[in-house]
Design a protein around this ligand. Structure first.
Ligand SMILES: [Zn+2]
Length: 79
């Protein structure tokens, strides 16, 4: 799994259309459900927060931040 994720620039898309992300040094599986536009993470903080429908954990925020920066860089390259 790690090998596949590396080959796709940190993203693996599974058969259900879920994007899987990993943060270096962390064992958590951070997921984005593209059909429902929902994020999920394996870590205890996210599992706890979800019960109260609160915000994302720091892993999800880190991935979202990385994605945003990558998009911004792509736009900068094209313009
Ligand atoms: Zn997390």
């Amino acid at each position: 799994m790690q090998k596949i994720i590396d080959e796709f620039d940190g993203v693996l898309i599974d058969e259900y259309g879920w994007e899987h992300y990993q943060i270096k040094g962390k064992k958590y599986d951070i997921r984005f459900d593209r059909s429902r536009l929902e994020w999920a993470c394996d870590c205890p903080a996210f599992t706890y927060r979800r019960k109260f429908r609160k915000t994302y954990c720091k892993h999800i925020l880190e991935i979202q931040d990385k994605n945003w920066k990558r998009k911004r860089d792509e736009v900068a390259r094209l313009s």
